[in-house]
Design a protein around this ligand. Structure first.
Ligand SMILES: CC(C)(COP(=O)(O)OP(=O)(O)OC[C@H]1O[C@@H](n2cnc3c(N)ncnc32)[C@H](O)[C@@H]1OP(=O)(O)O)[C@@H](O)C(=O)NCCC(=O)NCCS
Length: 199
């Protein structure tokens, strides 16, 4: 059974994963939600106005009322700047499986932050939430996302043609990847990458 703990604060070497607040709206808009380079790899269109971002942040905040809601803002430890988001979703109570998705602002790509954040939530999901499996899918033309999944031990299990249609009305073939809890424990017996702070 999944041990839902909401969205606790998680610290890694360079990041703090934490709940999002209304005060994060401008940074979320400026750093990733309004950016076409990020949206091109997601389903939803880039935000054109800050009111779209406000609505989204408010929805996230109201989600925190439930313990089965895991949605972290990704903050840089050294300067407190919010650079992205990562979440678990589609929890399935019949399997204890879920999915993960994430975005990092373009300015901070290729500095290892995506891998660091994904590694931390995967560790949290298996060690503290007792998830059975974490899955994720990425467009075939988004190798960076595939790379970070592979780096945390998620294996490609298949490819689904035209799995999504993006905001430009383009169908995208997606690679479906996943990692089982038993494989995670087998391969990471002594790994401790994050410090968990419940609260
Ligand atoms: C996917 C994403 C989160 C990665 O974040 P990041 O902080 O840049 O990730 P990291 O720096 O930890 O790792 C990126 C890896 O991809 C590799 N990479 C980047 N561009 C690549 C390309 N065009 N081809 C192959 N590999 C690439 C980097 O070399 C790096 O691998 P390495 O550490 O082995 O060198 C970020 O690109 C992003 O937010 N993209 C837009 C939103 C998105 O794609 N979300 C996921 C939807 S499934």
């Amino acid at each position: 059974m999944v041990n839902f703990l909401g969205t606790p604060k998680i610290e890694t070497e360079r990041l703090i994963l934490r709940k999002m607040y209304i005060r994060d709206t401008q940074a979320a808009f400026d750093h990733w939600l309004s950016d076409e380079r990020v949206a091109d790899h997601r389903v939803n269109a880039p935000h054109k106005s800050i009111s779209e971002t406000s609505e989204r942040v408010e929805k996230v905040i109201s989600g925190y009322e439930k313990t089965d809601f895991c949605y972290w803002g990704i903050e840089l430890k050294h300067n407190g700047v919010l650079i992205g988001e990562i979440d678990f979703y589609n929890f399935d109570s019949s399997t204890d499986n879920c999915e993960v998705s994430y975005s990092i602002g373009h300015k901070w790509w290729n500095q290892g932050y995506g891998t660091e954040a994904l590694k931390a939530v995967v560790e949290f999901g298996f060690k503290h939430m007792n998830l059975h499996k974490i899955s994720g899918s990425h467009n075939m033309d988004n190798p960076a996302s595939g790379r970070i999944m592979r780096k945390v031990g998620m294996e490609q299990e298949g490819m689904i043609r035209h799995m999504i249609r993006n905001y430009k009305n383009q169908y995208k073939d997606c690679a479906v990847c996943g990692i089982l809890q038993e494989d995670y424990f087998h391969n990471n017996a002594n790994t401790e990458s994050c410090i968990l702070k419940i609260g």
